[in-house]
Design a binder for this molecule. Structure first.
Ligand code: ITT
Length: 197
């Protein structure tokens, strides 16, 4: 039996890693930055998803062998002019605190009738400190005015994807992974890797 090729996701976010692992369906051994003590902390100083995804992929691919994939993602809200966008993970004031982020979003959206929003995910594939390619995926939807559901992470309890009447957090991992921004970007990554073989 052949060992699976390794794909290292340049993230410390366990939810992103789990989604990517579930979607890669046994094609790769999926690891992340937490599995490599030598990976640096990467400051996300870019002003676009692509800039931040590049910073993460290149920094990690300089110190580990194998394919490295980064994921920079966020929520763009029409009524907020596209915010929180690249600042999605610290919208509530504390990096990675999803409860605060959701509380701030609810507060900003209170009383607003325009509810359109989308998740966006940009991925950079890299190897040995070089970018190989980049990919993006989006999913359109709308925001509700109270948290619903417990699956997923981040803004999932407030976001109903187009064509559904329940939030990502209610729909669960399988449905989310069949239509999310992350799954759409990842489908392009898989296609690219298959064409290289
Ligand atoms: P890494 O930088 O280590 O990958 P992170 O969580 O800081 O992890 P980002 O900088 O890309 O990642 O910020 C992503 C934020 O966008 C995340 O914290 C959520 O608030 C939101 N987000 C992204 N994808 C999401 C999803 O599938 N469901 C819900 N919220 C999501």
């Amino acid at each position: 039996m052949h060992a699976l090729p390794r794909l290292i996701v340049a993230t410390r976010n366990a939810h992103k890693t789990a989604e990517i692992r579930a979607m890669l369906g046994g094609r790769f051994e999926v690891l992340n930055s937490n599995d490599f003590p030598e990976t640096p902390e990467v400051e996300e100083t870019g002003s676009t998803f692509l800039e931040n995804a590049r910073l993460k992929a290149l920094a990690v691919s300089r110190v580990v062998d194998g394919w490295v994939l980064s994921d920079d993602s966020g929520l763009e809200v029409d009524a907020l002019g596209g915010a929180p966008g690249v600042w999605s993970s610290s919208f509530g004031g504390v990096e990675g605190d999803h409860a605060r982020n959701n509380a701030r979003l609810l507060q900003e959206m209170a009383g607003k009738s325009e509810r359109g929003a989308r998740f966006r995910c940009t991925m950079v594939l890299a190897r040995q400190g070089q970018e190989v390619a980049h990919f993006s995926g989006t999913v359109e939807g709308r925001l509700i005015d109270a948290l619903q559901g417990t699956a997923g992470f981040g803004y999932d309890p407030l976001f109903i994807p187009e064509g559904h009447s329940a939030t990502f957090a209610e729909l669960g991992d399988d449905v989310k992974n069949s239509l999310s921004h992350r799954s759409r970007a990842l489908a392009l990554v898989i296609n690219h890797l298959e064409n290289l073989e």
